[in-house]
Design a protein around this ligand. Structure first.
Ligand SMILES: Nc1ncnc2c1ncn2[C@@H]1O[C@H](COP(=O)(O)OP(=O)(O)OP(=O)(O)O)[C@@H](O)[C@H]1O
Length: 116
């Protein structure tokens, strides 16, 4: 069964992240049979969730957050035997990584453009 893990930092970018949770889940359901949303509560949660996604062979990880959260997720999947696909929605304040990757800086636009 194809599964995706959503990793959402609820404090990113002025606490608006959870407003997008349902939209993210609905989008992910178009591509994956199982959508597993994880909400971070503290530093390192995103790393631990991402490591779990690697070890359990999730097809993809979608991270909603700023550069700090993206950094944590990359740390969690880096140098593992299995590395899930990574999707990033710019939910933080700076979002430098997504700017460099030329990901749409409008959150709704970035979600609409997601394609697995
Ligand atoms: N529930 C939480 N409460 C407080 N801090 C958290 C929580 N979940 C994760 N964090 C921490 O918040 C940090 C900053 O998050 P993130 O970079 O996504 O948002 P940001 O404030 O928009 O920052 P940036 O300016 O880098 O875009 C993360 O590195 C993480 O350690």
């Amino acid at each position: 069964m194809q599964k995706i893990m959503l990793i959402i930092n609820p404090t990113s970018g002025g606490e608006k992240a959870l407003d997008y949770k349902e939209k993210l889940e609905n989008k992910a359901k178009k591509y994956f049979e199982k959508v597993d949303a994880r909400i971070t509560q503290k530093a390192q949660d995103a790393t631990n969730f991402a490591t779990e996604a690697s070890l359990e062979h999730y097809e993809a990880v979608l991270v909603f957050g700023g550069d700090g959260t993206v950094n944590e997720v990359i740390s969690g999947i880096a140098e593992k035997d299995y590395i899930p696909k990574l999707a990033i929605i710019p939910g933080g304040t700076g979002n430098l990584i997504t700017k460099l990757l030329e990901i749409n800086q409008d959150i709704d636009g970035a979600i609409d453009e997601l394609d697995f």
